[in-house]
Design a protein around this ligand. Structure first.
Ligand code: SAM
Length: 474
C-alpha cells in the first residue's frame, strides 16, 4: 500500500468507508490481467479464438475482448503486426464498447491517443461513415496514426487539434462522441506507479477543470439526438460524478442515459456529487470487484430531433470563391497517373463504393465521398493512404497492405508458420519464395500470415525483395 499517495488514501478512505481496505489492497497489489481486443474489421472474435495460438478467455462484459496469459508473446506475433488486435486493459475497453454506434455515423474520439478506443470505434463502424480521431499532443498523435493505420480503413480522419478549435468548426456535427478525458489516472496506479508519484489533490482539481472545458466543446459538436460518452480511468469524484453533474447543470440540453449493465459494474455515487441523483446512471468499475482497473463512464444524450441533413462545418460556407478541391489542396489523378494506378489496382479487390480517390502532391488517398472539408483543423491523415505516384509508376503504401488480405490481392506469399520467415520478413530481409505458398508471380506480392497481410514484397525469380515499410511493435 506504500505505493498509494497518503493524501489519496485519506480521501478515498473517507469516500469509501469499510470498502477502502480491499480497494487499497487491489490498487497496490491485486491481480492484474492482460487483455486484447480483436478488430471486427479483419476477423471475428470466434475466428481469432480458433486461429490464435494463445490461451485466451473472453472478457465477459466486452464484445471482442479477451484476457491472455502474460507469458504469451502477443505483441510480437504476426497477427499483432497485421493489426488483428489491440492490447488494452479490460476496463479501458468498456467505454467504446458501451457507446452505441450504427454503421454510417459520424463519430468523434476527441482525446484519442494512443488509440485503443478509436480502434474499437472504427471496428464498430465497419468501414462506413466517418471516424475522426483527434489528439491534441503532436507526438501522441503520431502514435495514434501508427496504431490506426494497421486497420487499413479509409473512413478515418486523424487530427491534431485543441477541442475548442474543433468545436468552432464542427457545431452539431457528430452523431457520437467519446471524451476519454486526460485524468489523474488513479485507476492505473498499480500498472503505472509513476502516476501515483505524480498524483496530487491539486492535479485532480486542475484536470477536473480541463475536463469541463473539453466536455463543453464536445457538447457543441454533438448533433441533437446524438450520444456523448465521458470516461476516465480515475476514482476521484471531482473528475467523475461531479463533472457529470456539472455537465447536466451547465448544459440543460443534455440528459444522462442508462449504460448497458453488467453484474460487476457499480453505479455512480450521488452522495459524491452533492446528492445529485441523476449521476447514479453512470458506471464505476472497481479493481477490487472486477478483473480490471478503475474506470468511470457516463453516457449523455443531447435533446432535440436528430438531424437528417448533413451539418456542414461553418468554415465551408465562407469559402465560396474556391472549389472544394482547391480548398483541400487535392486533385484528381491525371490520365497517365490513372493508368499507373490502375495497372497496380487490377491486382487488388478494394471496396471503393461510396469512396473516391484524392491526390495531394504525389500521394494518393482513398476517402469517403462525403468527406467534409476539415481544413480548419490540423490533419495528420485523411482517409486511407494508398501510395505514391513516381513518374509513371504507383508504389503501394504500408497502410494499403494493411487494407488487403490473401483474399483481396492476386499475388501472395503465405508464410509458413514455423519457418521463421515472418521474423526474417520483419527484420527487413529478402526472403525466398520457398518461405511460403501462393500464386507467386513476379512483381508486387503481398506477404501474408494466416491469410492476413503483413506488407508487400517484390518478387523476382526465387527471391522476394522486402518492401515492408514499417512494422508495428507494442
Ligand atoms: N482514448 C485513448 C485510448 O483509448 O488510447 C486514451 C486517451 S488518454 C486517457 C487522454 C488523452 O487526452 C491523452 O492522449 C492526452 O494527450 C489528451 N489530452 C491532454 N490534454 C488535452 C486537452 N487539453 N484537450 C484534449 N485532449 C487532451
Amino acid at each position: 500500500m506504500d505505493l498509494l499517495p497518503e493524501e489519496f488514501s485519506r480521501r478515498m478512505a473517507a469516500f469509501m468507508g469499510d470498502e477502502f481496505q480491499s480497494f487499497a489492497y487491489s490498487c497496490s497489489i491485486g491481480d492484474r490481467k492482460n487483455a486484447l481486443r480483436v478488430t471486427e474489421l479483419k476477423t471475428t472474435a470466434k475466428q481469432f479464438y480458433e486461429q490464435a495460438p494463445f490461451k485466451m478467455e473472453p472478457v465477459q462484459w466486452v464484445k471482442n475482448g479477451f484476457f491472455y496469459d502474460y507469458k504469451d508473446e502477443v505483441t510480437t506475433h504476426p497477427f499483432f503486426r497485421a493489426g488483428l488486435y489491440y492490447i488494452t486493459e479490460a476496463s479501458a475497453m468498456t467505454p467504446a464498447d458501451r457507446l452505441p454506434i450504427e454503421p454510417g455515423e459520424r463519430v468523434l474520439d476527441l482525446c484519442a491517443a494512443p488509440g485503443g478506443k478509436a480502434f474499437a470505434l472504427a471496428g464498430k463502424l465497419k468501414g462506413t461513415g466517418l471516424l475522426v480521431a483527434n489528439e491534441v499532443n503532436a507526438s501522441r498523435a503520431k502514435a495514434l496514426l501508427y496504431n490506426l493505420e494497421t486497420l487499413g480503413a479509409s473512413n478515418i480522419l486523424i487530427t491534431n487539434e485543441q477541442p475548442h478549435k474543433m468545436a468552432g468548426s464542427f457545431e452539431n456535427f457528430f452523431d457520437k462522441i467519446l471524451v476519454d478525458a486526460p485524468c489523474s489516472g488513479e485507476g492505473m496506479f498499480r500498472r503505472n506507479p509513476e502516476a501515483a508519484k505524480q498524483w496530487s489533490a491539486e492535479k485532480v482539481r486542475t484536470l477536473a477543470g480541463l475536463q469541463k472545458s473539453i466536455l463543453s466543446s464536445a457538447v457543441r459538436m454533438l448533433k441533437p439526438g446524438g450520444l456523448l460518452m465521458y470516461s476516465t480511468c480515475t476514482f476521484s469524484p471531482e473528475e467523475n460524478e461531479q463533472n457529470a453533474s456539472w455537465l447536466l447543470n451547465e448544459h440543460p440540453e443534455m440528459e444522462i442515459m442508462e449504460i448497458e449493465p453488467y453484474e460487476g459494474f457499480d453505479h455512480g455515487r450521488a452522495e459524491w456529487a452533492d446528492g445529485d441523483g441523476r449521476v447514479v446512471k453512470a458506471v464505476r468499475i472497481w479493481p477490487h470487484r472486477m478483473d480490471g482497473e478503475g474506470q468511470f463512464m457516463a453516457l449523455f444524450q443531447k435533446n432535440g430531433m436528430p438531424e437528417t441533413a448533413a451539418a456542414k462545418p461553418p468554415s465551408m460556407k465562407t469559402r465560396k470563391a474556391k472549389s472544394k478541391k482547391e480548398q483541400t489542396g487535392t486533385r484528381d489523378l491525371t490520365a497517365d497517373e490513372k493508368k499507373a494506378f490502375e495497372k497496380f489496382a487490377q491486382h487488388m479487390t478494394l471496396d471503393m463504393r461510396g469512396k473516391k480517390i484524392e491526390v495531394r502532391r504525389e500521394s494518393v488517398y482513398l476517402v469517403p465521398d462525403e468527406m467534409p472539408d476539415f481544413r480548419s483543423v490540423r490533419i495528420i491523415r485523411r482517409g486511407l493512404y494508398l501510395g505514391e505516384l513516381r513518374k509513371n509508376r504507383f508504389e503501394p503504401s504500408q497502410s494499403l497492405a494493411f487494407a488487403l488480405s490473401a483474399k483481396t490481392f492476386d499475388n501472395i506469399c503465405e508464410l509458413k508458420g514455423d519457418s521463421g520467415a515472418a521474423e526474417r520478413y520483419f527484420r527487413g530481409e529478402t526472403i525466398s519464395d520457398k518461405s511460403g505458398e501462393g500464386s507467386s508471380k513476379n512483381g508486387w506480392i503481398l506477404i501474408t500470415y494466416g491469410g492476413f497481410s503483413l506488407g508487400f514484397g517484390k518478387k523476382n525469380g526465387g527471391l522476394i525483395k522486402n518492401k515492408l515499410l514499417y512494422s508495428r511493435r507494442a
